[in-house]
Design a protein around this ligand. Sequence first.
Ligand SMILES: Nc1ncnc2c1ncn2[C@@H]1O[C@H](COP(=O)(O)OP(=O)(O)OP(=O)(O)O)[C@@H](O)[C@H]1O
Ligand SMILES: O=C(O)c1ccc[n+]([C@@H]2O[C@H](COP(=O)([O-])O)[C@@H](O)[C@H]2O)c1
Length: 227
Amino acid sequence: MRSRPVLTGLLGGSFNPAHGGHRRISLFAMDALGLDEVWWLVSPGNPLKPRAGMAPLKARLRSARAQARRARIVPTAIEAQLGTRYTVDTLRALQRRYPKRRFVWLMGADNLAEFHRWKDWRRIARTMPIAVIARPGYDADAMTSPAMAWFRPYRVPATSIRKRGQWSAPALVLLRFDPDYRSATAIRRAHAGWAEPLLGGDRNGQKPDMPLRDRLTFRSIRTEEQA
Ligand SMILES: Nc1ncnc2c1ncn2[C@@H]1O[C@H](COP(=O)(O)OP(=O)(O)OP(=O)(O)O)[C@@H](O)[C@H]1O
Ligand SMILES: O=C(O)c1ccc[n+]([C@@H]2O[C@H](COP(=O)([O-])O)[C@@H](O)[C@H]2O)c1
């Protein structure tokens, strides 16, 4: 009997820093799509984002490790290893390196809203199925985006990803779930006094109301910076 292929979700991101929202959407996608695991691709640098305010890759990777604990989530800096920066190049390289795996690209609705600006985005769409996770404040823009107009004929239910024998791309799954309001921007803003030396400003001490995971996240960034 042929063993079934491993199904891996790929969540690319800046993770500046990683937060509980990343963990939650990954666990949710794993469950909804029947994924065996999710790899977090901690980006050396999003081609569309400014470098200013971006913590070093090693520090962001540490924050990802803190958030991924005890879950089937694997934080990686594989784009730095592969020497790729654009998603289209990364996905091609990953498929070459892991020909027996099946991959699904995961992203939040904010990324779907901007997807038409990514290099060779239609080619990305033809490379592997894509699952988009709802995100508060971005769903309307995502639904009216140029990429969504193109994807409309390729919309499929989550069950079609679970049925591993019927694999094709383009395929777009829209995943709805309880909105998660967390974002790296909000964390950076809320803890600006504390975190700014890492990300470019002054340090005033750790905020007492910071959730444990985020505290660990920022502690790991600080340790990394001081090393
Ligand atoms: N709360 C969330 N709900 C849905 N998707 C999310 C959420 N947070 C992050 N994502 C998705 O996770 C991936 C990586 O996100 P990223 O590392 O940029 O975090 P972020 O919180 O969006 O950061 P920033 O606020 O700095 O833009 C992206 O596809 C993004 O859409
Ligand atoms: O390839 C592109 O043109 C491209 C443009 C913008 C973003 N991306 C990727 O999208 C993912 C999410 O990025 P971010 O910064 O929004 O977390 C990350 O893997 C980036 O490398 C890719």
